[in-house]
Ligand binder design. Structure first.
Ligand code: G4P
Length: 524
């Protein structure tokens, strides 16, 4: 197969949702269709269940699972599908945001009874920032749902994206009859006890009285609703979808494997193949000859007995070839990747080559960090792996003076893995850990102890936000840093960060120092 065809047939995407909407179940059903797994239940939920926040064994177990299921590749109908998993727990949302930089499109799962939930909104904001094409799957139609028109309005208003239903549910809950596929004009009937694949019935004209034979009295309502749908929603515009301005919507029940094949069939046809990526220097086209890629995720110490790390590299252009020499632009060092792994069927296997859109696992001994760009020699830097302002802060202290080296090393490596962010106060030199959730502090403490044999203590720090500051006026910046020196810190790259105590203080400071720009992500 030609290089171009290999790229064109790749579909690299993530499934995201508010916890419990059905992301894991949907992932599993897609893998079943792809033949990547044989039985339901094979994919374990990559999430820490509610109430288990201090169950460290659970965290460890999840980490092991999450490496195995971080990337799941399979072949379907001539397409190479790569699903990137994202952590369900909101305390790990930064990890999710980074994963979203490595995908070409996204499927958002929404619970039909709950509608748009807070986490869904946050994830959509990231997609919107990056103009990522989004498909919405409304799940759990086997349970009573919200009114469908209201749901679609909710998606439009809260997720701030136009919608276009490509299928339409016939009732919900105990009366759920199935869906009418608007995209290919067919009817698919729901039978709760049946989980296997059934073909839809071609049904061009919904005014045909045959419809009653299939869905009885519900036919009247379906016709009314579809007339409204055809009146309200224009014909599906694939370009608007690819531009990230329009979300096609599907309905179904992941649990009962219903509506999933329609989703998958349409997905592979309309979802984008690898898209150009942006670097600080220029735009990289996937079809360029030369290999480029970037590290978006690092998993360290999967096996505590071996200091094993895996760096996840997204290939952006060119063909990756095993044993070729590639350059890490940050360190200016060239190295050979001799045992890269692909993630097919949730299993790792060594591969000889890979194409744009693919994710490879690179065993690493500490030379790679998140955000690193790999090339055949060109000096470029991929954009789009920002750190977000954390929301919780603690001082971190050494609790075992004999093991301060181990602690330093552990903190460094965990920060490189992106578990949390480290700031150093310019006022008292103390280290501050910033996270988005309480759980991360527990994970850090546990992993420092178990993987680095180091003990730490956290000290409460009441802080509202860390903002990266800059100014075109060096004098004004110096003046600001002097006046606020008690609240100034440096991030891991040595950049100036202002630690605001409260929203009120942040507002006041922003008003007072007009020459200073305050940023809430590290990429500006
Ligand atoms: P998540 O990854 O988005 O967090 O959600 P997950 O797939 O784990 O699903 C959350 C719960 O919702 C699970 O039940 C799952 O079985 C259920 N679920 C998923 N899809 C559907 C659906 O289409 N219909 C119905 N009725 N339920 C669905 P659980 O009891 O929390 O977990 P489990 O013990 O069944 O694993």
């Amino acid at each position: 197969m030609s290089f171009e065809s290999e790229i064109n047939r790749r579909r690299t995407f993530a499934i995201v949702s508010h916890p419990d909407a059905g992301k894991t179940t949907l992932t599993e059903k897609l893998l079943l269709f792809g033949g990547a797994i044989r039985v339901a239940g094979a994919v374990k939920s990559n999430k820490i269940k509610k109430g288990a926040t201090s169950d460290f064994m659970e965290i460890e177990r999840q980490r092991g699972i999450s490496v195995a299921t971080s990337v799941m590749g399979f072949e379907y109908d001539g397409y190479k599908v790569n699903i990137l998993d994202t952590p369900g727990h909101q305390d790990f949302q930064e990890d999710t945001f980074r994963t979203l930089t490595a995908v070409d499109s996204v499927i958002i799962v929404i619970d039909a009874a709950k509608g748009v939930e807070p986490q869904t909104e946050k994830l959509m904001n990231v997609c919107r920032m990056r103009k990522t094409p989004v498909i919405v799957f409304i799940n759990k139609l086997d349970r009573p749902s919200k009114d469908i028109f209201e749901l679609l309005d909710e998606v439009e208003n809260q997720l701030k994206i136009k919608t276009n239903p490509l299928s339409w549910p016939i009732n919900s809950g105990p009366d759920f009859k199935g869906v009418y596929n608007i995209f290919n004009k067919s009817l698919k009937l729901f039978k709760p006890s049946v989980q296997e694949i059934e073909e839809g019935i071609a049904f061009d004209d919904i005014h045909n009285p045959e419809l009653e034979k299939h869905i009885g009295g519900d036919a009247v309502q379906l016709r009314e609703e579809l007339d409204l749908v055809y009146g309200v929603y224009p014909e599906f515009d694939i370009d608007a979808y690819l531009a990230g301005d329009l979300a096609p919507v599907f309905f179904g029940s992941a649990l009962y494997n219903f509506g999933i094949q329609e989703l998958l069939d349409t997905f592979v046809r309309i979802a984008p193949s690898p898209r150009p990526s942006h670097t600080e220097e220029r735009t990289i086209d996937p079809y360029e000859d030369k290999f480029t890629g970037f590290v978006f995720k690092i998993h360290a110490n999967i096996d505590p007995n071996h200091r094993s790390r895996i760096a996840f590299v997204k290939i952006c252009s060119g063909k990756f070839i095993r044993n070729n020499m590639y350059k890490n632009v940050r360190t200016d060092k060239t190295f050979r990747i001799s045992s890269p792994t692909a993630f097919m069927a949730a299993q790792k296997e060594v591969i000889d080559e890979a194409y744009p859109g693919d994710i490879i696992g690179v065993p690493d001994t500490g030379n790679l960090i998140i955000g690193d760009t790999l090339t055949e020699g060109e000096n470029i830097h991929f954009k789009g792996l920002p750190s977000f302002s954390p929301e919780l802060f603690r001082y971190i202290e050494n609790a075992d003076p004999m093991r301060s080296k181990q602690l330093e090393k552990g903190i460094d490596q965990l920060m490189e893995e992106g578990v949390a962010q480290l700031f150093v106060s310019q006022f008292n030199g103390r280290k501050i850990i910033g996270t988005v959730g309480q759980l991360q502090f527990e994970v850090i403490q546990f992993r420092l102890e178990h993987e680095y044999n180091a003990k730490c203590r956290f000290e409460m720090l009441s802080m509202y936000k860390a903002c990266w500051v800059e100014s075109d006026n060096p004098k004004a910046l110096e003046e600001f840093k002097k006046r606020k020196h008690q609240k100034m810190a440096k991030d891991k790259r040595g950049r100036d960060v202002f630690m605001a105590d409260s929203q009120f203080i942040l507002d006041m400071t922003q008003n007072e120092f007009k020459d200073i720009r305050f940023h809430f992500t590290s990429e500006f």
